[in-house]
Design a binder for this molecule. Structure first.
Ligand code: BLA
Length: 238
């Protein structure tokens, strides 16, 4: 279901001279010994993006997942790109979340970075239904204009693909317009670390990973691959 999404992202990485980042073998690919399912992950760095990661979970007719996050270099204040797409095949249910995840919520910040996303939300009303969040706090690291839909996959599938492609395009436009500013580094680093801590606590995927690949693997995947910034460093600040 989401193969095309991963391919489009990988094309963008190549066009933008991205280079692969190492992913531990056990985390890069894992086959479930409990039920049908395989999870594969990739990570790259690109000019201006310190880490772009992507994950595909293929559990046949039961579940298909595509998840990706772009973490910009810390001399850029721009939002993260966050994508979480799930199709529960047996129920024909799609959960789709795509956002420019803001580091701050003040009006100046939102005004500066959210124009492209706002336009997309107007263009795809099916992803602007004000869907409620049960796990996350909608005001923390989500923008007021996120694309979010929960509903029958058959109704949403076609527009999801165009919305995704336009979202990537809008994000690269924002990225290319950003002026790096070294003075922001410490603050941005701290915010990206806070985003990772918050996401580790709230991510509703842990139970799902554990049910396919076991708790030990799920813990490792969450901390080492999805949110490595959540691992405390021994680095001391000067
Ligand atoms: C919801 N994401 C979910 C759910 C699952 C996952 C199982 C609950 C489904 C439901 O609400 O019905 C699954 N999350 C995953 C998987 C991965 C993951 C498989 O991280 C990793 C491979 N989640 C993100 C990112 C965003 C995000 C980057 O990882 C931002 C766009 C959003 N996921 C997000 C939101 C929900 C969700 C907003 C709804 C949760 C809620 O209701 O609070």
């Amino acid at each position: 279901m989401f193969t095309h999404f991963l391919d489009r992202l990988a094309d963008n990485v190549q066009e933008r001279s991205g280079t692969p980042l190492p992913v531990p073998r056990e985390l890069a690919e894992c086959h479930s010994t409990r039920k049908e399912g395989v999870i594969r992950s990739w990570a790259w760095s690109l000019p201006g993006i310190r880490r772009l990661r992507a994950t595909r979970l293929d559990a046949g007719n039961v579940l298909q997942v595509f998840n990706a996050v772009a973490f910009p270099e810390t001399d850029r204040q721009q939002p993260l790109l966050g994508i979480d797409l799930l199709q529960f095949g047996l129920r024909d249910k799609l959960v789709a979340v795509m956002d420019f995840q803001p580091l701050r919520q003040d009006p100046d910040y939102l005004e500066r970075y959210m124009g492209g996303l706002k336009t997309l939300q107007q263009r795809f009303p099916a992803f602007a239904m004000g869907e409620e969040m049960r796990h996350y706090d909608a005001n923390r690291y989500f923008s007021p204009w996120l694309l979010f839909a929960r509903g029958p996959a058959t109704d949403l599938k076609e527009s999801l693909q165009s919305a995704f492609e336009l979202l990537l395009c809008a994000y690269w436009t924002l990225h290319d317009g950003e002026q790096p500013d070294h003075r922001q580094r410490k603050a941005v680093e701290a915010l990206q670390r806070d985003y990772a801590h918050y996401s580790v606590q709230k991510d509703p995927a842990h139970g799902l990973f554990a049910s396919y690949f076991g708790k030990r693997w799920a813990d490792r995947f969450l901390h080492e691959f999805l949110f490595p910034e959540s691992i405390p460093t021994t680095e001391t600040t000067p």
